[in-house]
Each structure stands twice: as C-alpha cells, then as structure tokens.
Design a protein around this ligand. Structure first.
Ligand SMILES: C[S@@+](CC[C@H](N)C(=O)[O-])C[C@H]1O[C@@H](n2cnc3c(N)ncnc32)[C@H](O)[C@@H]1O
Length: 295
C-alpha cells in the first residue's frame, strides 16, 4: 500500500521504497539516484527504528533495493549511495561487481556539542559514486568547481608548462568534501535526525545531471534532494515511509500549505532554547557514544 502525490515535474511516494521501486519505476528510466538509507545504527525515524538483527539481515534487505536501483538507472546514469562507516565495506564489495565505482567520497564535517573522549569520534560519512558505463556518464565538472587553495592564492606562476602561466584559481573538488552538518540555527534545518546539507546534495545534482534529468531519492527524509532538484530545474521522484516526513516533502517540493486539515509550516526558530535543542540533536545524530552509534 502506498500513496502518490505529484505535480508536473515532481512525484512523491509515501510508502516502502522496495515495493514502490518494483511496482512504479520503469527500467532504465532514471538519470541520477541518490540513496541515503537507514544506516542500521539504531536511530529513530518517526515510527521507524533503524536497527536490524544482524549485518546479514540488513545487507539482505539493502541488496534488494540496490538491485532495483541498478535496474531503474539509465545506461548512462549515475548512482550515489551513502552508508554508515561500518556498512560501507559491504556495499562497496557488492556494487563493484555490478557497477563501476568512480569515486569513494568522504563527507567530512564539523562536530559541535558533545565530543567523544574515549575513542576517536566519527567525523565523516562515506559516499560511493557509481556509474553503469565508465565511458558514458554525465559529469559537469565546470559546474562544481571550487577555489583552488594552491599557488593561485599567492599568485604564483607555474613554470612547468612550456609557456609559464598563473596557477588555476579553480579546480574540480577531490574526494574529501567538507560541508557542515545541518544545525538547528541554519535556515535549511528541518525536524529530522539525519538531514543532509543542501550544499552536498547540490554538488551531486550539478555534477551528475542536466536540466532534463530525473533524480530519484528512495529514502527522502527531509526531501532535500527533491528540493534541490527543483531549485536546479531537474525533475524528481522521492519515496519516504514516514508520514511525519511526507509532510515536509509536500511543503518543500510540491508547495502544499496544508495536509489532512493541518497547516504545513517549517520549523519555528526560538533562539533562547537553541542550545538545548542543538545538544539533543547531537545525541540524535550519534555524536554521543552508545555502543554502536557511529555514522
Ligand atoms: C537517512 S534518512 C534520509 C535523510 C535524507 N537524505 C535527508 O537529507 O533528509 C532515511 C529515511 O528513510 C526513511 N525510511 C526508512 N525505511 C524506509 C522504507 N522502507 N522505505 C522508504 N523510506 C524509508 C526514514 O524514515 C528516513 O527518513
């Protein structure tokens, strides 16, 4: 059982990702897939508790939707998948048999609030960047360039070329990406324990899709992928199982103001209670060690 909500360019499904992928998404129909699944680390996502009995049970589930995502991806499509540091080795070994892994990206972030003191706190999450055909895929390098912190900053001349020139001031980012985590004080913040930054999602969409592309997010959470796809003129398909988060998507992606008689509003910001909320958020995001809760 699932529900569908849509406008001309954006579709939202409320239901189970695997079921909807199988029943609703056509083979080789999607240009870009961004997968940010439950990590099997014991987070509470509204009414869903993110913990499986064993790694074997978790990966058995995950390989099913990974296979479906590969099926729906166009021959020149791109798939990004995130995972916990503990689980990524399983995904990597599984996917390298089925796709070409172009990059193993590290999303490195700041930590604030409660710090680990008895082990090395986790300050990154891994992302795999995969394509079906290593000779035919979208990569808009010009659209994602960042400032080069090399000789260009000191206006040095590169004498290695036959004609000496100034160092480039811009470059394509490497595979370690620094983006701050989404904090309560940030404008983009939504009430969700695992919201990914707009800046990270924007880089992925700009690099690996064009305006006519369809972007699929099977575990939408705060619908940041669809919201950024919309901002960048792409079409989107999102799936989310929890009604609490569906409400965010209806507001952010389809522009609804009301759902089932309740107003859809973004999180009100109250600066006097922000520190307490941020501390709670740190705990929810796994900054406190509780045995297995690393990202
Ligand atoms: C890691 S979060 C995604 C966060 C999202 N990328 C963002 O930036 O907000 C995973 C999401 O998957 C949802 N989810 C869990 N099981 C699901 C399922 N079987 N089908 C669809 N969504 C599911 C959870 O409710 C949660 O919102």
């Amino acid at each position: 059982m699932f529900e569908q909500f849509k406008d001309r360019k954006h579709t939202i499904y409320h239901g189970d990702a695997l079921e909807i992928l199988i029943k609703e998404i056509g083979s080789e129909s999607i240009d870009l897939i961004f997968i940010d699944p439950p990590y099997n680390i014991g987070k509470q996502f509204s009414n869903f508790y993110d913990k499986w009995e064993s790694d074997k049970d978790y990966t058995k589930w995950a390989y099913q939707w990974l296979d479906e995502c590969i099926r729906v991806l166009k021959p020149n499509g791109t798939l990004y998948v995130m995972a916990s540091t503990q689980t990524m080795p399983y995904f990597d070994i599984y996917l390298r048999e089925k796709m070409v892994i172009l990059s193993r990206i590290i999303w490195h972030y700041d930590s604030s609030g409660v710090q680990a003191t008895k082990y090395f706190g986790s300050l990154y999450e891994p992302i795999l960047h995969c394509v079906k055909d290593k000779y035919n895929y979208i990569f808009n390098s010009e659209d994602i360039k960042v400032e080069a912190k090399t000789g260009a900053q000191r206006k040095l001349i590169d004498y290695r070329n036959p004609i000496p020139t100034q160092y480039n001031t811009e470059k394509v980012p490497g595979n370690v990406w620094y983006f701050p985590r989404v904090r309560y004080r940030m404008k983009e913040y939504e009430n969700h324990p695992s919201q990914k930054p707009e800046s990270l999602v924007e880089r992925i969409i700009l690099a690996s899709s064009n305006e006519e592309s369809i972007v699929l997010d099977p575990f939408a959470g705060t619908f940041t992928v669809a919201a950024m796809a919309k901002k960048l003129g792409r079409s989107s398909i999102s799936i989310e199982s929890q009604q609490e988060y569906l409400r965010i998507g209806l507001r952010r992606v389809l522009g609804w103001q009301e759902y089932q008689g309740e107003k859809l509003v973004s999180v009100p910001k109250n600066n006097t209670i922000r520190n307490k909320i941020e501390q709670k958020l740190d705990i929810r995001q796994g900054n406190l060690f509780n045995g297995d809760s690393t990202a």
